[in-house]
Design a protein around this ligand. Structure first.
Ligand SMILES: *Cc1c(COP(=O)(O)O)cnc(C)c1O
Length: 375
């Protein structure tokens, strides 16, 4: 079945009790046991499983071409659970410009607990190889990365990880499975902030880890999910599954507009640099062309030539774009990223990150045009 069809049908069966096309939201925290003490429905207690959550996990595993998925109460909780599934003394390699929340997790929570880590430029495969240690158990990549849209070669890094006896996890939040399926390219795990494109409407926080195979690390992650309990509510799962139905259409439209806006910004005299993997001038363009298909995503960043104060002035002027963090919704947003991240961030001070929504492109360009005209 094509992903467009799977996005609409997987995890969404006709309700056998009523014939409803839309699945009911099961709020029950507990499920009846049989006379013999077994669980005939397969459900026991809401923390360990729920029909809405299982349906979402099935849909995500299908779209990412994985064997299984585990969903969490946020994208951060998903990455947190994967790191927590490792043992103390294990070593993790992550990108030097990894999502800032993951950087905080590694430095302030997991390192004190005994997990070792190295941040490297994962776009440089040779540099990544030199960071390997005998105890490296996980390589974490993010491609395209947030907010600099750097591209890492998934297949090449998967080979390095596997030769070293390590797993590869790829954060696929920005591309979504519509444009890129890391498990098919050699990754062992995909991580999502479903908060962004998958749920797609800026109204639910969530996360997921999808595994290519149910290996020992995934089994430990499952245990962390049900015993640790950082699980999404049935309504959160229902909203995310609803959003998935339009994922392919949304992502393709957002990618098409983002490419046109990136090209337009690339010609603009106020712009120092446009960071977008769809532009031939982007250093990762060739690799992105090889591992993404159908577009390069709806997220892009720009560096304002005149500097940080001018970047903030542009952000102050937009009218249709909303100044807000996060991305992946129908509503275009724009953010001065460095001031949102932790002190010591590697994000350039003159960088604005743009999430291209589903508004008409002419209106978006007109808004950026008037905001940039103030410089
Ligand atoms: C947003 C985001 C996260 C964190 O997800 P939350 O749902 O906000 O916890 C992780 N990785 C990437 C790439 C993100 O964009």
């Amino acid at each position: 079945m094509h992903p467009d069809t799977q996005a609409i049908h997987t995890g969404r069966s006709i309700d056998p009790a009523t014939g409803a096309l839309v699945p009911p939201i099961h709020l029950a925290t507990t499920f009846e046991r049989g006379e013999d003490g077994t669980y005939p429905s397969g459900y026991i207690y809401g923390r360990s499983g729920n029909p809405n959550r299982n349906a979402l996990e099935l849909a995500l595993a299908t779209l990412e071409q994985g064997a299984a998925a585990a969903v969490f109460g946020s994208g951060s909780a998903a990455t947190f659970a994967l790191l927590q599934a490792l043992a103390t003394g294990d070593h993790v390699i992550a990108p030097q410009n990894v999502y800032f929340g993951v950087q905080q997790m590694l430095s302030q929570i997991f390192q004190p607990w005994g997990l070792q880590y190295t941040l490297v430029d994962t776009t440089d495969v040779a540099a990544l190889s030199t960071a390997l240690r005998p105890n490296t158990r996980l390589i974490l990549i993010e491609t395209p990365s947030n907010p600099q849209l750097a591209i890492t070669d998934i297949g090449a890094v998967a080979d390095i990880a596997h030769q070293a006896g390590a797993y590869l996890a790829c954060d696929n939040t920005i591309a979504s499975p519509v444009l890129q399926t890391p498990l098919a390219l050699g990754a062992d795990f995909v991580i999502h902030a479903t908060t962004k494109y998958l749920a797609g409407h800026s109204d639910v926080i969530g996360g997921a880890v999808i595994a290519k195979a149910v290996n020992p690390l995934f089994e430990q992650l499952r245990l962390i999910q049900s015993v640790g309990g950082a699980v999404p509510s049935p309504f959160d799962c229902w909203l995310t599954l609803r959003g998935l139905q339009t994922l392919p259409l949304r992502v393709r439209a957002q990618s098409q507009s983002a490419l046109a806006i990136a090209q337009w910004l690339n010609q603009h005299p106020a712009i120092e640099q446009v960071l977008y993997p769809g532009l031939p001038t982007h250093p990762g363009h060739g690799i992105a062309q090889g591992q993404m298909s159908g577009g390069f995503g709806g997220l892009l960043s720009v560096q304002i030539k005149a500097g940080e104060a001018e970047a903030l002035a542009v952000a102050a002027k937009v009218q249709l774009f909303t100044r807000a963090t996060s991305f992946g919704g129908p509503h275009s947003t724009l953010e001065h990223r460095a001031s949102m991240e932790a002190p010591g961030t590697r994000t350039p001070a003159n960088l604005l990150r743009l999430s291209i929504g589903l508004e008409h492109i002419d209106d978006l360009v007109a808004d950026l045009d008037q905001a940039l005209a103030t410089l």
